[in-house]
Design a binder for this molecule. Sequence first.
Ligand SMILES: O=P(O)(O)OC[C@H]1O[C@H](O[C@H]2O[C@H](CO)[C@@H](O)[C@H](O)[C@H]2O)[C@H](O)[C@@H](O)[C@@H]1O
Ligand SMILES: O=c1ccn([C@@H]2O[C@H](COP(=O)(O)OP(=O)(O)O)[C@@H](O)[C@H]2O)c(=O)[nH]1
Length: 458
Amino acid sequence: MSRLVIVSNRVPAPVKEGAASAGGLAVALKAALEERGGIWMGWSGKSSENNEPGPLSLTGEGKITYALTDLTGKDVEEYYFGFANRVLWPICHYRLDLAEYGRKEMAGYFRVNRFFAHRLAPLLKPDDIIWVHDYHLIPLAAELRQMGFKNRIGFFLHIPWPPADVLYTMPVHEEIMHGLAAYDLVGFQTDHDLENFAGCLRREDMGDAIGDGRFTANGKVFKGGAYGISIETAAFAEFAKKAGSHHMVQRARQSIKDRDLIIGVDRLDYSKGITQRLDAFERFVVNNPAHQRKVTYLQITPKSRSEVPEYEQMQRTVAEQAGRVNGALGTVDWVPVRYINRSVSRPILAGLYRLAKVGLVTPLRDGMNLVAKEYVAAQDPEDPGVLVLSRFAGAARELKSGALLVNPYDIEGTANALARALNMPMEERRERWQRMMDYLLEHDVTRWCDDFLNDLAA
Ligand SMILES: O=P(O)(O)OC[C@H]1O[C@H](O[C@H]2O[C@H](CO)[C@@H](O)[C@H](O)[C@H]2O)[C@H](O)[C@@H](O)[C@@H]1O
Ligand SMILES: O=c1ccn([C@@H]2O[C@H](COP(=O)(O)OP(=O)(O)O)[C@@H](O)[C@H]2O)c(=O)[nH]1
């Protein structure tokens, strides 16, 4: 079997179990690579002080060799915060209003991709399979090809791919599309993203779908497909079963008493729809007096990308809103919203998911959303909770037979879904949960990884 070389911007530093960084990419890839072994190259998360990135640091952990590089402060500013998170991220999440184009940032993005290619090159063997991840590194294959590498190179996009009218607002959309055409296989989370991608190729005759999952563009033929990322379903379910004995989970249970728990877990990101969700929770309580004082909404929201102005501003907005809702609805003995602005480790999260009667996952747009899948896997089969899920999360394509799907822009509709979830009879809850769990046991992270790598090797 060829050696697997994974490249992604975010790499969890080799850490103790359960302490991996928040963010679905790192969580899922770690699970996939732990089984197969290989090299995982990416950014260390640090910027060098002297504007020299320093040597690549190599560390072994189990079957994985981590190859981490620092970036200069200027690189991080332009490539990560600038182009990746102020242009590609908002565009791919349909937020044209938030995209901030700048020539300097675009140049920084392409420069850092070239830098990654040069750092990776000495590690590569001719029959290595290279698997590049996410929007930070789209031009990487083109750079490697230019250096003469003939390896199989696959790309997986973890975030949504937008329709042509949205993508084309980005000045360098053509370079980005050509960057994707340099891969042998381009994977998306859902069939909708794949359709949008084909539409982007066709719009200005840049390329086309030629059948059998193949595409042409920029004089190349390459494959494209939908591969929904997943979790280690069976292991996570076991994990959640045992998590009840964790002292933090026990403390949470005691403090919630006999109230119904609703849980939301998201990085602090405008794509996650947290403000609309708080509005929906407030509306639910106002519209359903019988549930007043009998429900607790726990929102766990670690800080994310705080140097991007929109994210920094959100920290204030969400904290203020949580305070306002508590002020308006709370009583001397009831705090309706518990808002935590820190990361919680996965063993504790697993236990909290299991305690919650409702998993409230309502992004305005999301590539997949692994929290939705973790919530399902963590439930007690005898008394499962209900997943209330945005139709605009990739996960909705897979979990629609069991979740209550909502439009997160429709506050009244989401509030009604909360009432329906909390009043749902046990039999319906079990049936819905079983359908989702059966699907997730079959479509776990190993299956995702195998499906992609088999297609890349074929
Ligand atoms: O690395 P950060 O900038 O701190 O952000 C964390 C990750 O966020 C995004 O996650 C996406 O990938 C998940 C797994 O496929 C998916 O479920 C989710 O819908 C996406 O938003 C981002 O794409 C990653 O690159 C980041 O590491
Ligand atoms: O405090 C937290 C919040 C989230 N997560 C994990 O971060 C991932 C979030 O992935 P998701 O796909 O839902 O969204 P992303 O953040 O990647 O956009 C999930 O595995 C969560 O369990 C975590 O470990 N601690």
